[in-house]
Design a protein around this ligand. Structure first.
Ligand code: ZN
Length: 438
């Protein structure tokens, strides 16, 4: 009985102690945990936290995505509500949102740590988050579809970062070793332990395309030109109808973004097929498709078009075109260690995986703009580091067809004739782009 009372007193004391800021230790980095509203839920500034944990970090206006190998965690960024009750409801919920406080974006520490399998511990005076080192658990070489495939199995997901002649597997602990690989392109695979993880060298891959794919607990390197693509094959156009299933996207009354994107995508696909292109949809029915699956589609496409409709977050009405061509200042952010690597001279290829001929993207968006102009519409254009687009090696555009909260846009989006017109815009723009080359 007495113990029970002590526990109760302790539970009441904890929130009281948790009102102020505390140091947050992430590996060797000291950050500051804060407690919006004083509800005992710790938050930390997003970008430095992601860096310290070695996560990929992607931010656009309304969302933040973190990545570790095959794992993705997406946050909607919500301004800190004025009402304390509303704030409490958010921060104590099962999946707390990211909070925007002025210029800063804050992430819930414990929730984020758990999502990536990091250890979280707290005391009255400080918090700790630690991502355990990954251990190497398996190595395999196969030949699939005319390419060498190196499969590395790891005890947890890791990020692979291109580094000149090799790849850094960040946070991976592995001994120095050499594997002879009788491959189509590869002769051997070498592992060299380093300060931040393990470097992998794929001997024989020089001059050949190398793609990285992540699966749970696996990093795969695909070496050599993709075999499924023969010279005589027509280009592959992938259309990505945004949202689906329980993720309805923007909505207004009984108009759902997920339905509108699917309708237009299907018709655009039919038109492009009639034009002779290979076309795939990331979904052809009302189902949820993970961002990860969508990126896998994007990675194979010559042209990738993601379709969306804006909800209430958009201030100005009308269609918009978003592209992500530039790997400059706003490129995905890797760990602090990776930043050090980036700072070394002769290091432009680090983000080569995310780069593409800059002109190809703007050329595709130009074609969209031209076709929309024929409908009397002037799209807004934006350059934003969208996670999905960054995975497309070909030309990629996110086409936002209008804003549901705008009456004019809404009427257009709900009208089947206008939906057809949008499908035609897509088909013509893609066709013009592919005919015109880069
Ligand atoms: Zn959307």
């Amino acid at each position: 009985m007495k113990r029970w009372w002590w526990l109760l007193a302790f539970l009441m004391l904890v929130p009281a102690l948790a009102q102020t800021e505390k140091p947050l230790l992430v590996g060797g980095t000291v950050l500051t945990a804060e407690y919006p509203g004083g509800f005992g839920v710790s938050y930390v500034e997003a970008r430095p936290f992601a860096q310290a944990l070695g996560l990929m970090y992607w931010a656009s206006d309304g969302e933040v995505i973190l990545g570790l190998g095959s794992r993705r965690l997406r946050f909607v960024v919500t301004p800190v509500p004025r009402s304390k009750t509303a704030l409490k409801k958010l921060v104590v919920s099962e999946s707390p949102p990211a909070l925007r406080r002025g210029e800063r974006v804050l992430l819930p520490v414990r929730y984020t740590a758990r999502a990536f399998g990091a250890l979280y511990s707290g005391s009255e005076t400080s918090l700790k988050v630690l991502l355990p080192d990954a251990e190497m658990q398996g190595f395999e070489h196969r030949v699939i579809g005319g390419r060498d495939v190196v499969v590395l199995r790891t005890s947890r997901d890791v990020n692979a970062l291109r580094d000149g002649a090799g790849w850094w597997l960040l946070g991976l602990r592995a001994g120095e070793s050499v594997r002879d690989v009788p491959g189509l392109y590869l002769s051997r695979v070498r592992f060299a332990p380093g300060e931040y993880g393990t470097r992998v060298y794929l001997d024989g891959s020089e001059g050949w395309p190398v793609d990285v794919a992540y699966f749970p607990g696996e990093v795969r390197f695909y070496v050599g030109p993709p075999a499924e693509r023969r010279a005589e094959d027509p280009p592959l156009v992938v259309i990505d109808p945004g949202h689906g299933g329980t993720d309805v996207g923007a909505r207004y009354g009984n108009l759902f973004e997920k339905d509108l994107t699917l309708k237009v995508a299907r018709e655009a696909a039919a038109r492009l097929r009639r034009m002779g292109y290979r076309v795939e949809l990331t979904r052809d029915r009302d189902e949820q498709v993970s961002v990860y699956a969508r990126t896998q589609w994007a990675a194979r496409a010559d042209v990738f078009v993601s379709l969306h409709v804006a909800g209430s977050e958009v201030v100005s009405p009308g269609p918009a075109l978003y592209t992500y061509a530039n790997v400059g200042a706003d490129a995905p952010v890797f760990v602090a260690h990776a930043r050090k690597l980036l700072a070394r001279p002769g290091y432009p290829e680090v983000l080569a995986r995310y780069a593409r001929p800059a002109r190809s993207v703007s050329a595709l968006a130009d074609r969209f703009e031209y076709e929309l102009g024929r409908l009397g519409l002037t799209p807004r254009r934006g350059e934003t580091p969208l996670y999905l687009l960054s995975y497309a090696p070909g030309a990629a555009v996110l086409f936002e067809m209008g804003a549901l909260r705008d009456a004019g846009d809404r009427a257009r989006l709900a009208d089947p004739a206008q939906q057809s017109a949008y499908a035609q815009v897509i088909a013509r723009a893609v066709d013009a782009y592919l005919r015109g080359g880069r």
